[in-house]
Design a protein around this ligand. Structure first.
Ligand code: NAI
Length: 250
């Protein structure tokens, strides 16, 4: 059995993934704000440090895969702090523990919104600036959520083939779901106007919103021993939304 770290394990995609991996006989260290083995708030530097501390202690210093799933779609700086900095500090902070695995893997959860319109200034600050400046921009920028997911996918592509990752034998990928039936989506769909905007913004010709276990299956594959050759990719699990929005991509 392998040891998997799953952030956002208390709900939705993270919960479904943790459950699937446990059913397959693996050890799962879940991390979340509540209802998890490791309680940590990924919106703050202190919370991110306690994630690393908690996982180091729970795992005994070795993990085989890290799945950075936790994320929110709320207005403003918290979304940037959790979706981007929370995910990146999870991946980089746990890298030393991955080095002790014979088949280390990392997967983050991006989004179909990573190809939606975005805020250029915020994207640049996320990728190259200070967190404080990015959070200030996130307080006033329009499409913060989409920008954090674009930045996350881009970060993965930029780091995948560096000495720290490919050089250390660690594949680094993302899954970009379309609309998935979770608490996050339910909250957004509560408002009919928002629901209509979201459905129009991410059209899914192949079947519409799906259950979180479908995303869990792909996350488990990417984080499993069998994935020895794919890295730097963002895989769209989106019912065709990426094709509908972007058409030809090569
Ligand atoms: P969810 O709301 O069901 O689960 C998210 C989990 O993250 C919750 O358990 C929550 O407590 C945790 N979390 C939130 N803030 C946190 C923090 N500061 N520190 C630690 N944990 C925190 O949402 P869902 O849909 O399962 O989302 C999982 C990921 O999938 C997110 O990154 C989201 O952006 C992404 N996603 C979701 C889509 C959807 O349609 N549901 C579509 C595309 C991407």
């Amino acid at each position: 059995p392998r040891t998997y770290v799953v952030t956002g394990s208390a709900s939705g995609i993270g919960q479904a993934t943790a459950q699937l991996l446990k059913e397959r006989g693996h050890r799962v260290i879940g991390a979340d704000l509540h209802d998890a083995e490791v309680i940590a708030d990924l919106s703050t530097a202190d919370g991110r440090a306690s994630l690393i501390e908690g996982v180091t202690e729970a795992s005994g210093g070795r993990v085989d895969a890290v799945l950075a799933v936790a994320g929110v779609d709320i207005a403003g700086p918290a979304t940037a702090a959790i979706n981007y900095y929370g995910a990146i500090s999870t991946m980089t902070g746990l890298r030393p523990l991955l080095l002790n695995s014979p088949a280390p893997r990392v997967v983050a959860v991006s989004s179909i919104t990573s190809v939606h319109p975005y805020d250029e200034e915020l994207l640049d600050l996320l990728l190259d600036g200070e967190e404080a400046a990015a959070l200030r921009r996130a307080a006033v920028a329009g499409p913060v959520y989409a920008t954090t997911k674009r930045a996350l996918s881009r970060w993965i592509r930029r780091h995948a083939i560096t000495p720290d990752w490919a050089g250390a034998g660690i594949p680094l990928n993302a899954v970009a779901p379309g609309l998935v039936r979770t608490e996050l989506l339910k909250r957004l769909f509560d408002d009919p106007g928002t629901r209509q905007r979201i459905e129009a913004g991410s059209p899914m010709p192949l079947g519409g919103p799906y259950e979180p276990v479908a995303a869990a299956e792909l996350l488990a594959w990417l984080a499993g021993e069998q994935n020895g050759h794919m890295t730097g990719q963002t895989i769209f699990l989106d019912g065709g939304a990426d094709v509908a929005l972007r058409g030809d991509s090569t």
